[in-house]
Design a protein. Structure first.
Length: 432
């Protein structure tokens, strides 16, 4: 009611003023002149109103570009109220845009995919994770039906059945995805995707580790238990046979002990409660120790030499001994008698490097990427002969991760292998 009064009261007053003025003029100039003046004033007032209506119509057509006029009389209040409404609307739009930008930024940082669809599954928006998981492109695929973009029979069945209370697990684009559709509002649905590939890989590694560890422990236990049963059932065994049995049991017991020690070492290296204890490592002393151990394991069957051309470094001596010792012992185990092994400590362009070069049986290219996996063996039968636990290179990998180092492998079948460990330059201790 108030805006109407603000508009009509001044207009009525102006009309009364015009009529009163015309009456006064009529007293002095006659009724014809008074009527002409009144008619002219009314025409001017109508034109002014029409002009303001024209300006208002232009502003309503394009409020963002056209400026509101200042107005006159009641139009001043009308235009000022429209200006306040416009200003409030712009502020609300700005806040809404900021919230929308924050929402999209937050959604873009999520590791899970989010796809917003309408009630008939047309794509409205998706975050980068969903683009990676499902092969979508927000700008390219917006407005297209999701079932035409994700062509997977299991996904189509999930859509048709409409059992959205349970997630769906499907294999798509070499990934294992867990997807679920969540209806919200009346005409919107959200498709959420979770990449379970890494989780599945870790779970598979855990199962494989338990299975392999059980298998590795079962073999020596079977041997030991078998000989114990023979000793219990045949006490009259001669001394030579009993001695051979005891020797085999001791070897199998040592194998179990080595395996358990390697598993404990891996557990310790992976534990967050076991931080790296950094110290200055006397590389000459460490390398000489590794050389002596390699020669002892070789028992004169190989030529083992050492090249030391780099200064000391900072790291953990025990862990480095474990890593370097595993590389050297592997070279001895997989190099035929008469071969040569070179242990080298040099200063490369990227930093200090420890390398083990042998003339052994070599490794085919398809095996190189998996060598550091636990219990992975290129030749299982030969690994049993060499008494390896299958955890040596896994230990090497974790030691190098703790020292920010990298492992490079160059190998040719029947020609030999070179394992090179490269440490960062900051690990070098330059002589004073």
């Amino acid at each position: 009611m108030r805006p109407r009064l603000l508009f009509w009261i001044p207009a009525a007053l102006r009309l009364l003023i015009v009529l009163a003025g015309s009456a006064v003029i009529g007293l002095f100039a006659g009724p014809v002149v008074a009527l002409s003046v009144a008619l002219l004033a009314l025409v001017v007032a109508v034109l002014v109103q029409l002009n303001y209506l024209y300006l208002l119509a232009g502003w309503l057509d394009n409020p963002a570009q056209v400026r509101l006029p200042d107005g006159w009389g009641a139009w001043t209040d009308i235009f000022s109220r429209l200006y306040r409404l416009r200003r409030d609307d712009e502020r609300n739009r700005t806040e809404l845009s900021e919230w929308l930008a924050r929402f999209r930024q937050a959604m873009s940082l999520l590791p899970d995919g989010v796809v917003i669809m309408d009630d008939v599954l047309f794509l409205e928006w998706c975050n980068p994770a969903a683009e990676r998981h499902l092969g979508l492109k927000d700008e390219r695929d917006k407005g297209m039906r999701v079932t035409n973009l994700i062509r997977n029979p299991a996904f189509m069945d999930y859509i048709i059945l409409g059992r959205y209370d349970q997630p769906l697990t499907l294999s798509l684009r070499e990934r294992k995805l867990i997807v679920q559709i969540i209806p919200f509002e009346n005409r919107r649905q959200i498709l959420v995707t979770h990449d379970a590939t890494e989780t599945e890989r870790i779970e598979m590694m855990r199962r494989d580790f338990i299975a392999n560890a059980s298998h590795e422990l079962r073999t020596p236990l079977t041997v030991i238990n078998g000989f114990l049963e023979i000793a219990a059932s045949q006490p009259e065994l001669d001394r030579a046979t009993r001695g051979a049995h005891l020797q085999l049991m001791a070897e199998q017991g040592q194998r179990m002990q080595n395996l358990v020690e390697d598993m404990l070492t891996l557990t310790r290296l992976e534990s967050l409660d076991y931080p790296l204890r950094v110290e200055q490592v006397d590389m000459a002393l460490l390398l000489d120790r590794i050389l002596r151990e390699a020669r002892a394991l070789s028992a004169g069957r190989h030529t083992v030499t050492l090249v030391n051309e780099a200064p000391d470094m900072r790291g953990n001596a025990d862990e480095l001994h474990s890593a370097f010792g595993n590389l050297a012992s592997n070279a001895v185990r997989y190099t035929p008698a008469g071969g040569s092994i070179v242990l080298a400590w040099r200063l490369g362009n990227g930093g200090p490097q420890f390398s083990v070069q042998d003339t052994g049986i070599g490794i085919r290219a398809e095996h190189l990427s998996r060598l550091t996996e636990r219990f992975y063996r290129v030749d299982k039968s030969r690994s049993r002969e060499t008494q390896g636990t299958g955890l040596g290179l896994a230990i090497v990998k974790h030691v190098l991760l703790r020292h920010d180092a990298s492992l490079g492998i160059d190998s040719q079948p029947e020609q030999g292998s070179t394992f090179t460990v490269t440490f960062p330059m900051v690990a070098t201790v330059l002589p004073a």
